[in-house]
Design a protein around this ligand. Structure first.
Ligand code: SDX
Length: 378
């Protein structure tokens, strides 16, 4: 077995062939099924983009209307899922509640027919439709309120914001959130998508696949970074403190949240779009003092760590957009999950064609042929 194939964190190790998204980390290019993320963000919608990712082509008007209709029809969740959420501790993290609820969905749809396109479409519809409702439901239940029923007359993004606050969102807020969902929908074989693929490869049900991916996304080195960025900006407190904060992190070899990427060695193209969305929100709804701190920190990191290829990633500005949308910090990563369900499902569906279980090898570095020492002799 060739030892030099081993790379910590599987860095640079191709784990699959895929045609879903393409990333050029040195040029800062991201394409979904060959279409630049900037074009989609400008012209598409989250559900249209989800359709593109999962079935490989942009839907016709009729296909999109049918897809949107089916998603609206399946937005509600079983009362038993809501009752289960009422047993969760209020202090629990919404990502843990989402992981448990996504797995529980599988209890209601236990029939598996992975070779049936209708089964696959139904699973895609149910998960895309119900995940936002479950995120919003736990948020209200943990505050002792009844969950808000989804509204069929609102778009995907507007309905989620409505369920959080029982108030129709401003059209700009709904549009900005929809773009955020598109930007977070897919990103080749990141850690949570890799989890989804490993789980998919055992031919288990898609609900277990999504629950596995949600668990992975929650970590601070992955999807959890957007929540940590806001805490970091809070800790910095003022523009003039940014340089000392950064020097301290560098001295302590602490990672700066929202920066660095396994693939991008330039600014994440999604960070550029999110920064623009943040500025649109500030122009309309008023500024955020954290933004000036963020811009200064980004300048300093680029100055001090740019030659190491460390630049702002998708998580650096997303939290500032969500803050302006009035979304609580501990929901930032669940928002990432809502969007990434599209990418996870796209890889799940693509993976089914492989039909080969993930089972890598290892380089054993432990001891061999040891003798068992009886308890009274140890
Ligand atoms: C996402 O993979 C994806 O596509 C993920 C994602 C997606 O859409 O799915 O893009 C979403 O997860 C974005 C990343 C969010 N996480 C963070 O912002 C947390 C902070 N970032 C780091 O933890 C880190 O940059 C990673 C985890 C994102 C990438 O880590 P790598 O590729 O394993 O890099 P590394 O830890 O091996 O670091 C290489 C060098 C080290 O320096 P040296 O020891 O070689 O001197 O770069 C340094 C690191 O110390 N470094 C950082 C840094 N990130 C890397 N130094 C300071 N701050 C950072 N953020």
């Amino acid at each position: 077995m060739s030892v030099d194939l081993y790379k910590p964190g599987l860095e640079g190790v191709p784990a699959a062939k895929s045609s879903i998204s393409y990333i050029d980390g040195t040029q800062g290019i991201l394409e979904y099924r060959g279409i630049r993320i900037e074009d989609l963000a400008q012209n598409s919608s989250f559900l249209e983009t989800a359709y593109l990712l999962i079935w490989g082509e942009l839907p016709s008007q009729t296909e999109l209307e049918a897809f949107e209709h089916d998603i609206r029809y399946h937005r509600r969740i079983k009362y038993r899922i809501r009752d289960m959420m009422k047993c969760f501790p209020e202090s629990g993290h919404p990502m843990d509640a989402l992981q448990a609820s996504a797995a529980a969905l599988g209890l209601f749809y236990s029939r598996r027919a992975l070779d049936d396109p209708i089964y696959i479409r139904n699973a895609v519809i149910r998960l895309l439709a119900k995940i936002p409702t479950m995120v919003a439901a736990f948020q209200l239940i943990r505050k002792g309120n009844d969950p808000v029923q989804p509204r069929d007359d609102l778009s995907y993004a507007a309905n989620f914001l409505y369920m959080l606050r029982e108030q129709e969102p401003d059209p700009l807020a709904a549009h900005v959130f929809d773009v955020c969902l598109m930007l977070h929908a897919e990103h080749s074989i990141n850690a949570s998508t890799f989890s989804a693929m490993v789980t998919s490869s055992t031919l288990t049900d898609p609900y277990a696949v999504i629950a596995s991916a949600v668990g992975t996304l929650g970590g601070p080195l992955h999807g959890g970074a957007n929540e940590e960025v806001i805490e970091m900006l809070e800790e910095i407190g003022a523009v003039e403190n940014a340089a000392a904060y950064l020097d301290n992190c560098i001295r302590q070899k602490r990672k700066i949240m929202g920066f660095g990427h396994r693939v991008y060695k330039v600014k994440d193209p999604r960070a550029n779009i999110l920064q623009d969305l943040a500025e649109q929100m500030f122009d309309r709804f008023g500024g955020d003092r954290y933004y000036e701190i963020a811009v200064e920190l980004e300048r300093l990191v680029e100055d001090r760590l740019g030659e190491k290829g460390i630049y702002a990633n998708v998580d650096f500005y997303s939290g500032l957009v969500y803050r302006k949308l009035g979304i609580p910090t501990d929901l930032f990563t669940p928002l990432f999950a809502i969007a990434r369900v599209a990418g996870w499902l796209a890889h799940w569906k693509e993976q089914l064609n492989e039909n080969r279980i993930f089972r890598p090898t290892q380089i054993y570095v432990g001891q061999r042929d040891r003798v068992f020492v009886p308890r009274d002799k140890r």
